[in-house]
Design a protein around this ligand. Structure first.
Ligand code: 2E6
Ligand code: F3S
Length: 337
């Protein structure tokens, strides 16, 4: 991280950089928008395409229908158009979609797909896998669901001890680990150390699977957090990466709040002299950040400074069939300060 010191005035705001949309989210939303333009409503999306209430509500208003289970999608002439969310799906769900003859567009982030491919390859080679991730999260379900057996989930060091004591791992000499993409970088490092102690022959991936966007956004919060009193993370409660940003700020001593939009801010959080940090999860549109800054400015917190984190140049291609002749994504990327 190329952190430069930032100086603050009382009642000032510093905006983390980078923040907000990552390349996988940009692509996933573009896939739904382009499918709506090309095929018209209804378009069915398996799970929230990204974990942001405003994005989902906006796409719903334009004709997208979000379902958790494929059984909630009707059989339409020619096959319903179905999009998988950015978090990915299991092999079983893919098989069900093929059986139902849906016209599928896969909005799984390519960095999640990379982990799927790794899991399938390891299992083909007879290697068992430990996944580090949060139980119940759709990405974890999708990645675990790339294998029918020989894959085990751990969330923390205690889970590692439990798994080691359980004797479930058949051959600890043929064992590897993978991770969810949006974990806490620091917590994951500790879990990996515990794995190496409990299973000394475990093969790491070349690096953990935490993605560039997660890492950069956590570093951007770390850069600012020591110098502010209150941290606002703009993002939805279901968003793993946004929750991790709130935790990072909290662990560095800030009072930190996760808000969907400016209407969830409470003036009491800031008092009269606070220095406020603001960031946004990877699934949060920039217009929500702009609205939060505008509300803070109404309360006297103006004079916004920008953090000096990594600049990002990542972008992903759209799937074949949705990549030509259609307007680009409708979300602005940056707030004018
Ligand atoms: C897919 C994979 C990773 O809850 P989580 O942080 O995983 O998801 P979103 O939708 O908030 O963020 C984008 C994303 C999609 N991250
Ligand atoms: Fe992909 Fe990371 Fe975004 S896994 S969807 S680039 S948060």
């Amino acid at each position: 991280m190329n952190a430069a010191p930032v100086t603050f005035q009382p009642k000032s705001v510093i905006l983390a950089n980078p923040r907000g949309f990552c390349a996988g989210v940009d692509r996933a939303i573009a896939i739904v928008e382009r499918a709506l333009e090309k095929f018209g409503a209804p378009i069915y999306v398996r799970h929230e395409v990204v974990h942001n209430k405003h994005v989902v509500d906006d796409l719903k208003a334009r004709g997208a229908i979000f379902v958790e289970e494929l059984k909630d999608i009707p059989d339409l002439p020619g096959g319903a158009v179905v999009i998988y969310s950015a978090h990915g799906v299991s092999k079983a769900l893919q098989a069900e979609a093929a059986e139902r003859k849906f016209r599928v567009f896969d909005a799984t982030c390519p960095l999640v797909t990379k982990v799927h491919v790794e899991v399938a390859k390891l299992r083909r080679d007879g290697v068992e896998i430990i996944m580090i991730g949060h139980e119940g999260h759709p990405e974890v379900e999708g990645t675990m669901g790339q294998a029918t057996e020989g894959i085990y989930l751990v969330e923390d060091e205690a889970d590692v001890q439990q798994l080691a004591a359980s004797g479930k791992v058949r051959d600890p000499s043929k064992l590897a680990f993978v991770t969810q993409t949006t974990l806490s970088v620091d917590d994951t490092a500790r879990v990996v150390e515990a794995l190496k102690v409990a299973f000394p022959a475990i093969r790491p991936p070349r690096k953990d699977d935490i993605c560039y966007a997660t890492t950069n956004r956590q570093n951007a919060v770390k850069q600012i957090a020591p110098d502010v009193d209150v941290f606002i993370v703009v993002g939805s409660k279901a968003s793993s990466n946004a929750n991790r940003l709130r935790e990072v700020a909290e662990r560095l001593g800030d009072r930190a709040y996760l808000v969907d939009d400016e209407n969830e801010l409470d003036q009491m959080w800031f008092g009269t002299h606070a220095k406020v940090g603001v960031t946004a999860g990877a699934s949060t549109p920039e217009h929500l950040v702009a609205a939060v800054l505008a509300r803070l400015a109404e309360w006297g917190f103006d004079g916004v400074q920008l953090g000096t984190g990594e600049s990002e140049q990542v972008s992903f291609r759209l799937p074949h069939g949705l990549d030509a002749d259609i307007k680009p994504v409708s979300y602005a990327r940056d707030t004018e300060l």
